[in-house]
Design a protein around this ligand. Structure first.
Ligand code: GDP
Length: 364
């Protein structure tokens, strides 16, 4: 599955947000298999109204959303790259994530101490990014040293790695995060495997005051401007409100949201923003037993998409009976779609599209 790390300075609302995310997930546990892997790791359902619609049409007994993992990464402070706070331990946790949700304190509250004594989310973002860049620079230098023998010996893989590390080093020495390096298609896999902290896509999470979650405030506007300049995205959320909502049942939550002038829970927006950030899409498998959503990366071939369900589906892939979501709805399900000629037999070369309802045929 895909993993988002929640980072930020102390006291910005990371734990509050993480608790809200996992509590909501726990509350829905009756409907789908939920697991908390560790105290700071939680699997969260990706909200998707299409899945409920499909289940209703097919009369599916069970609805199983697709999931995304969130990791609460505490201990990031100024000097972390030099071993302050929890130091390098948490850096290892960040390395393993696919993207970073960077929580920024945008709420004023005299009772909650800010580590630097003032609320300034843009400077906070720079503080964290600087620590991550310093950590990257150190690791890049170390790794390049470790590669010299191999690159001299003409090892192709090592030469590729070293070339990418060199490009990262140049950017970092210029004070730029590794994600500013433009990487060729052929190098993408090796680049991702380097797991540089500042090469991961970033989503800024503006944690605003309780009454500001619909509108944002001056602090979140400053973050929005910074994010736009960097080409990163942002969401506005009140972690405290989200935690309150997470304790309500679905009906109460809906009423509460309406009172607050919100169309949907901030967590739903956060999860979806994470999904977009990672270029993820959803396909569905639908039957009387269950309606289920599966996550793939944009551009995934039909056999690879089948492999998300089971390795054997990919190995023995024959074809995928495919109905586009809109066709499935317009023709009231599988039978109607078939009769209307909207069920396609797609082969190995097919690129799965967001919303496809798929049925895989495979050799065992
Ligand atoms: P972490 O250190 O980043 O994990 O921060 P916490 O989630 O533990 O929050 C630190 C403190 O800030 C706690 O006392 C929270 O109740 C408080 N807090 C978190 N979010 C908000 C918010 O949106 N508004 C206000 N007023 N307080 C908040």
């Amino acid at each position: 599955g895909f993993k988002m790390g929640i980072v930020g300075l102390p006291n910005v609302g990371k734990s509050t947000l993480f608790n809200a995310l996992t509590k909501t997930a726990a509350a829905q546990a009756a409907n789908f298999p939920f697991c908390t892997i560790e105290p700071n790791v939680g699997d969260v359902a990706v909200p998707d109204a299409r899945l409920d619609t499909l289940a209703e049409i097919a009369g599916s007994k069970q609805i199983i959303p697709t999931r995304m993992t969130f990791v609460d990464i505490a201990g990031l402070v100024k000097g972390a790259s030099k071993g302050e706070g929890l130091g390098n331990q948490f850096l290892a946790n960040i390395r393993e994530t696919d993207a970073i949700a960077h929580v920024l304190r945008c709420f004023e509250d005299g009772d909650v101490t800010h580590v630097d004594g003032r609320v300034n989310p843009v400077e906070d973002a720079e503080t964290i990014e600087t620590e991550l860049m310093l950590a990257d620079l150190e690791s890049v230098e170390k790794r390049r040293q470790g590669l010299t023998r191999k690159t001299r010996g003409g090892d192709k893989e090592a030469i590729q790695q070293d070339r990418l590390l060199e490009a990262a080093q140049k950017a970092l020495e210029d004070g730029q995060p590794a994600r500013t390096v433009s990487v060729d298609e052929d190098d993408l896999k090796a680049w991702t495997l380097l797991q540089l902290l500042t090469s991961k896509p970033v989503l800024y999470v503006c944690n605003v005051g309780e009454s500001e979650s619909a509108t944002g405030n001056a602090h979140s506007e400053a973050v929005a401007a910074m994010a736009a300049a960097q080409g990163n995205s942002h969401v506005i959320i009140s972690a405290q409100i989200e935690e309150e909502i997470s304790q309500l049942d679905a009906e109460e939550a809906q009423m509460f949201l309406e009172e607050m002038g919100l169309e949907e829970a901030g967590l739903d927006r956060l999860i979806r923003a994470g999904y977009d950030l990672l270029h993820l899409e959803t396909y569905f498998t639908v039957g009387p037993k269950e309606a289920r959503a599966w996550t793939i990366q944009t551009g995934t071939s039909a056999p690879k998409a089948a492999g998300v369900i089971h390795g054997d589906f990919e190995k023995g892939f024959i074809r995928a009976e495919t109905i586009a979501y809109d066709d499935y709805i317009a023709n009231n399900g599988e039978q109607g779609s078939k009769e209307a000629g909207k069920m396609r037999a797609e082969g190995k070369a097919y690129t799965v599209k967001d919303g496809d309802v798929l049925h895989f045929l495979f050799n065992t």
